[in-house]
Design a protein around this ligand. Sequence first.
Ligand SMILES: [Zn+2]
Length: 617
Amino acid sequence: MTRTEAPRFALVRLALAALAVVGPSTNVAVAQKAPPTTQSAPLTNLRYEITFDSTTAETRTLKVAMNFDVAGPGPVLLSFPAWTPGAYELTWFARWVANFTPTAGDRSLAWDKLDYDTWRIQPAGAKSISVRFDYLADTLDNAMAWSRPNFAFFNGTNVLPYPEGRSLDFPATVTIRTDPSWLVATGMQSVPQQAGTYREGNYHDLVDKPFFVGRMDYDSMQVAGAWTRLATFPAGVLTGQARAKMWDDIGKVIPVESAVFQETPWPHYTVMMLFDSSFGGLSALEHTNSHLGIYNPQAIGSPILTSVTAHEIFHAWNVKRLRPADMVPYRYDRSEPTVWLWVSEGITDYYADLALLRGGVITADQFLGQTADKIAKVAAAPPTALEDASLSTWIHPTDGTEYLYYPKGSLAGFMLDVLIRDASDNRQSLDGVMRTLYRSTWKAGHGFTGAEWWRAVTAAAGGKSFTEFAARYVDGREPYPWSQILPLAGLRMATDTFMEPRIGLASALDSSGKVIVRQVMPGSAGEEAGVRSGDILLALGDIAVTDADFGPKFRARFGKEDGQPLPIQVERGGQRLTLNGKIRLVPRLQSRLEIDPAASAKANRVREGIFKGTTGP
Ligand SMILES: [Zn+2]
């Protein structure tokens, strides 16, 4: 793959830094000055304080104070991260900073900006400096900060600036000031005998432990030998049976995920869940000993919520610890593209499905259903190489491949698991590959390279070469060879036929919120009724067309009414028209995965090994 983004981005950033120094004054003397330092004076004794209480909540503001000692000459340069690891997009948290005020005692210090996310402070001899600023917590995104009158969540990347150009291996404390009756949940280590104060040994850990502050439901349990905490907002939303079920699922998932790596790597783990009906769907962000999820409340009680939870917890091993070398160490001032995100995200998704199956949260049929859905999703997307999809995530492609590395990477993991177990008569597995790399790279203090990945896969498969596999299915865009892979695990594809109403229109939501007909399929019920490309669709029978998701409602409503009249309301050239259509049921083919009763004993061993997380004959 060509990997151009990182170098290009670095150049842009340098150019900006140089521009900033020339600044508004453009005389020759300034232009001839030596290039600016991009290294802060050394700082020690860093202490951050974050205030969020019922008063600051009124303006959705976090009041931040950063105190430190200056341990050398030169200006102090404080930078804000551009992204939160795991959320692969550049956001620039400096955007939400206001009222930046550095002081030494009661003396104000001079400051300007070195670039758009770096503040430059002149200490003027001061040995101890305090910097205060406000941070607007109004973005409902798990990589960012958001608040309500009685609650806020935020990430360290948002509110904890770091000294530019210096080692990130500095210890620091974070003190939370809030209303006495409000709670604080975080994966950060609390400092004994100092209520509300937390401490980490380096900046990476400091920004990897988001906070919930305010009113919430909060309890804990022992799971796999360690305390696990569950913090949910708003209070009262995940209680009673639904909460008991979530605890039960967490208790089933963590042990089977720990079994893959043969260790539970945290002293405590915090599951942070926020439910808000304005949020469409489910989104969660992983950390080393916590994760923060934002969910529509309709997800409560659904296996999808447990699946997302299992996915994020598995990330504690896969990506937060075992990680592509391209992202080791994390750096916060630019993107870190990698072609290996399909391992970090896609294979994590494979293990989320497996964790639910192995833990007994879902059945084998449900697991096969999820796998078949992934196969269908990949088949419906433009042919895209896993490596390209991994790299492109930083720019959010709009052609439907933006998150393809999840289902397609998951299926690549499934194929590798089958091939390894087949080659070793189920004595080796993808579990073993993950565990080997976890020990040989993360435990040795570095990220994994492509060569290390394929070496581990090949070793597990008894020396079998995966060069062609990588060229076709990872770097290349060839369809996955299910007819060869599935029989090795005693599985086969079966096709079911359903009758469903279909109108035969391709439509799209335009920027004004109208559903426009883009294409009318020849011979379809829509064509017969006289619908034309360019019509604005208003209603199908008594189903109002108000968004792009009217299809499922239409199919549910008219599934048993073959041949019945269907008035179709459209707007054409500014006129409302009612067209007389008819409901027409047409066959739809749906593939599903099933166990082949005629499979060989070896293929059955492979499949059972995958399902149970076991190896051996
Ligand atoms: Zn993920």
